[in-house]
Design a protein around this ligand. Structure first.
Ligand code: CUA
Length: 306
C-alpha cells in the first residue's frame, strides 16, 4: 500500500522511492535501536562486576560495519537516480501548457489553442504534457503531489515539469514556497479529463465572452468597463489582455474564487466583489467600495461568462 497516492508514472517513481526508503530506514532503525537497547540492558553497570576484558580494534568487524552501510548507500543512490530520471525525463520539446504564478493565483495558458484560464488546470488523461512554469513576481512553487514532483517557479528563469495523469479526476495542489501574505490561499486544482471532454472544455475557453447582454447584466458590463476592473482583468472581446489579475472570460465556469478561498456561486462572488480584503487580506484586489447595485449588476454579468 503506497503512502503517496500516485496517479502518473512520474509520481509513481517518487512514491515507490519513498516507500523503498521508508522500509530500508525502518529496518535499519529497528536493527540499530534494538541492538543499542539490548546492549544497554545486557551490559548495564553492576556494583559487584569485575572489569570486563578490554578489546582494542577488531579489523573484521570494522570492515563489516563499513561495507554494509556503504552498500546500502550505493543501493539508495542508484534507486534515487532512477526515480529522478523517471520523474523528470529530459525532453526539450515545446511546452503544451504554460503556468505563470502570481501573488496569489495561477495563470494558465494553452499555447496550442490560445485558451487562458486561472487556478483550474484542465488537462487530458493519458497524454504526457510538458509544462513550462514561470513567475510574474516572486518565487512560488508548483506542487500537485498525486501527479509529480515539486518545482520552483522563479521569475525570469522558467522551469518545466511533466503532467501525465493516468486516470480522470481532480487533483489538488498548492503553492509550496512562501510567497507573501496569502501564500496559504494559493491553491490550484488539476482537472484531468478524457481527451474528448478536455477538447470540448478547451473549445469553450477559446471563445470570446458571450455577446454583451442587456438589462441588469448589461449594466454589469458597463460597470466592468467604467470602474477600474479592466485595468487588471481581461474579458476576451471586451478589453485587451492583462495579466495583473485572473482572466474573467469564463469566470462562471470555474469551481472556486480567489485561488480556492471560496467556492464559486453568485452569493460568494457578491461577497468577494463587496470586499475582497475581508476574504483574502492583502490580496492585490482592493476594496472598490462598490454599491449594492453595482455588485448585483456585476454578478449578473459575470454569471453569463460561462
Ligand atoms: Cu505562491 Cu506561496
Amino acid at each position: 500500500m503506497p503512502v503517496i497516492n500516485a496517479v502518473s508514472p512520474e509520481a509513481r517513481a517518487i512514491a515507490s522511492l519513498f516507500d523503498t526508503l521508508l522500509i530500508v530506514c525502518a529496518v535499519l532503525f529497528i536493527i540499530v535501536a534494538g541492538s543499542i537497547s539490548y546492549i544497554i540492558f545486557r551490559y548495564r553497570g553492576r556494583p559487584d562486576a569485575a572489569e570486563p576484558v578490554q578489546i582494542h580494534g577488531n579489523a573484521r568487524m570494522e570492515i563489516i560495519w563499513t561495507v554494509i552501510p556503504f552498500l546500502v548507500l550505493v543501493w539508495i543512490f542508484v534507486e534515487t537516480a532512477r526515480a529522478m530520471s523517471a520523474s523528470d525525463p529530459q525532453d526539450p520539446r515545446k511546452p503544451d501548457l504554460v503556468i505563470i504564478s502570481h501573488q496569489w493565483w495561477w495563470e494558465v495558458r494553452y499555447p496550442g489553442s490560445g485558451a487562458v484560464a486561472a487556478n483550474e488546470i484542465h488537462i487530458p488523461v493519458g497524454q504526457r504534457w510538458r509544462v513550462l512554469l514561470d513567475s510574474g513576481d516572486v518565487i512560488h512553487d508548483f506542487w500537485v503531489p498525486e501527479l509529480g514532483r515539486k518545482m520552483d517557479m522563479v521569475p525570469g528563469h522558467p522551469n518545466s515539469i511533466w503532467l501525465n495523469p493516468s486516470r480522470p479526476g481532480t487533483y489538488l495542489g498548492t503553492c509550496s514556497e512562501y510567497c507573501g501574505t496569502q501564500h496559504a490561499w494559493m491553491r490550484l486544482r488539476v482537472i484531468a479529463q478524457p481527451l474528448a471532454e478536455f477538447k470540448a472544455w478547451e473549445d469553450r475557453q477559446v471563445r470570446s465572452a458571450a455577446a454583451p447582454p442587456s438589462g441588469h447584466a448589461g449594466e454589469g458590463l458597463n460597470d466592468f468597463k467604467g470602474l477600474t476592473c479592466l485595468n487588471c482583468h481581461t474579458i476576451s472581446g471586451v478589453n485587451p489582455q492583462k495579466s495583473v489579475g485572473p482572466d474573467l472570460t469564463h469566470l462562471a465556469s470555474r469551481n472556486t474564487l480567489g485561488a480556492g478561498v471560496l467556492s464559486n456561486s453568485p452569493d460568494t462572488l457578491a461577497r468577494w466583489l463587496k470586499n475582497p480584503q475581508a476574504i483574502k487580506p492583502g490580496c492585490h484586489m482592493p476594496n472598490l467600495k462598490l454599491s449594492d447595485d453595482q455588485v448585483n449588476a456585476l454578478v449578473a454579468y459575470f454569471e453569463t461568462l460561462r
